[in-house]
Design a protein around this ligand. Structure first.
Ligand SMILES: [Zn+2]
Length: 130
C-alpha cells in the first residue's frame, strides 16, 4: 500500500490500478534515445564533425586525419606531396638518424628528386573541404 501511494504521489497520472494492491504504469511519451538506445556518432554529429564522418564513410580524408601512407620514394612509387597550390616546400630527412633537413621546392606536374638522397617526390592537388 505504501508503494502504491508513493507511485501515485510521484506519477499521479501514470499509475493505473492493476490487480489487487498493484499499480501499473501507463504508457507515457517515449523519447527516441530511450527507445532505440544510445545514438551513434553519425546520428548525433552535426556541422563540421558530420561532414568529416560522411567523408570518412566515402573513404576520403579531407582533413588528413588518417595515418599517412608510406611510399618507397622511387621513380615508380614517389612520395606524394598534397598541395592546394602549384608548388610546396618539402623537407627531406634523407636518413633516419640525420639531424639536418634538406629543403627544396616541389612543383606541379613533374617529379622532383632530393638533391642528397635521390628520393622522388610528386605534387598532387589537394582540395580543401571548405
Ligand atoms: Zn633526401
Amino acid at each position: 500500500m505504501a508503494a502504491r501511494l508513493l507511485l501515485l504521489r510521484v506519477f499521479p497520472r501514470a499509475a493505473v490500478p492493476f490487480g489487487r494492491g498493484r499499480a501499473r504504469l501507463a504508457p507515457t511519451s517515449v523519447r527516441a534515445m530511450s527507445a532505440g538506445g544510445i545514438p551513434t556518432d553519425e546520428e548525433q554529429a552535426t556541422g563540421l564533425e558530420r561532414r568529416a564522418l560522411q567523408a570518412m564513410k566515402r573513404g576520403e580524408d579531407p582533413y588528413s586525419m588518417f595515418k599517412p601512407k608510406r611510399y618507397a620514394g622511387t621513380k615508380d612509387d614517389p612520395h606524394i606531396v598534397p598541395s592546394i597550390g602549384d608548388k610546396r616546400l618539402v623537407g627531406c630527412i634523407c636518413e633516419e638518424d640525420n639531424s639536418t633537413i634538406i629543403w627544396f621546392w616541389v612543383h606541379k606536374g613533374e617529379n622532383h628528386r632530393c638533391p642528397q638522397c635521390g628520393s622522388h617526390y610528386k605534387l598532387v592537388h589537394h582540395e580543401l573541404p571548405h
